[in-house]
Design a protein. Structure first.
Length: 100
């Protein structure tokens, strides 16, 4: 099976930075590094097994998928042999509002 790569949108990169900043403030640097490492492992796992995510909604004829990682949800599309990470949102956020 060919290895699938992932691309992270600018908004998703900003989400990940915000998660790191919040985690450092609330739980310390070590926990932030641990969470970031786990998130990176999940992104690699999704890239290698893109169908792990659940269907969220079709947008412009593409199925947006979601995958929960602890208290966050990764939203992504499968594009050929890659996945495109759209957002990484807190599990209690208004997804529709932030995915516009």
């Amino acid at each position: 099976m060919p290895k699938t790569n992932y691309i992270i949108s600018i908004k998703a990169k900003d989400d990940i930075k915000s998660i790191a900043t919040y985690t450092i403030k609330e739980f310390g640097v070590n926990q932030s590094l641990k969470y970031a490492k786990g998130l990176k492992e999940i992104l690699k796992e999704l890239a290698n097994n893109p169908n792990l995510g659940r269907r969220y909604v079709a947008v412009k004829n593409q199925m947006l998928l979601r995958y929960r990682y602890k208290s966050h949800v990764v939203f992504y599309y499968i594009v050929g042999n890659e996945i495109f990470i759209v957002r990484v949102l807190g599990g209690k956020m208004d997804f529709a509002k932030h995915l516009k």
